[in-house]
Design a protein around this ligand. Sequence first.
Ligand code: CP
Length: 318
Amino acid sequence: MRKFTCVADIGDLAAAVAEALEVKRDRFAYQHLGRNKTLLMIFFNSSLRTRLSTQKAAMNLGMNVMVLDVNQGAWKLETERGVVMDGDKAEHLLEAIPVMGSYCDLIGVRSFARFQDKTEDYEERVLEQFIRYSGRPVFSMEAATRHPLQSFADLITIEEHKRTARPKVVMTWAPHPNALPQAVPNSFAEWMNAADYDFVIAHPEGYELDPRFVGGARVEHDQRRALEGADFVYAKNWAAYADPNYGRVLSRDREWTVDAEKMALTNDAFFMHCLPVRRNMIVTDEVIESPRSLVIPEAANREISAQVVLKRLLEGLE
Ligand code: CP
């Protein structure tokens, strides 16, 4: 594997999950792969899980790890070509990227949607520049339109807990005070469609996702109807995608908060969320603390998804 930015890069999903479960049984079996190899993780945005789980996965594989927080201690980076750099940005990505590539073997990049320009976000201009100019295999640690390490961990978690071959998985919008990118819901939809689950997306009108990610999923505007018979409930907030409201918050309606009454409509569903989560906005204390909540094992599987991706990228170096 030479890059990891979307579900297509991982190939056959059954094989990827089988590899994940093998890695989970013995995390230190492939230490020879990472010996004398260096991972550089570059963060344009904050992180808890991605930072720690990816670093741990790299250490499990015997790698050295360097972390750069671009907004804390590094030069501010210009990302657009052709800009007259007379402002506060001291360095251009077009120099910084190959320099960073010269110090490492693999590069992970976190760069969220900025909501300033939909085309810039959906063309993944920052991530694509790393792929083009670093000279190294690049993987996404959440980009503008996708969060594939999270979605892979979500898939592993569902496969570990499902009780039927083709479970009903409902991704529901839920309220949040701020405008959040569509990367997690886009990516989750992409992976659930690829897994061929019975996949439903529930959201208020105005929160339609990019049809390229919705694919063949059933879309519901009645959250309660969507939740009926669900085996897994995946809650997430996102800002509007459709023009002219791209990046805007259209609703903070707590009628969409996932609570015990809504979970009672399901097939004794498991509750999932990628974290961090706003309690009593997205989900009530009662639901997230219930025995059906998978948020902690789901986060723990981030180490596993990252390790499979790093392992395959290291194998691709040989
Ligand atoms: N789920 C997730 O990516 O968490 P962080 O933003 O803390 O990395």
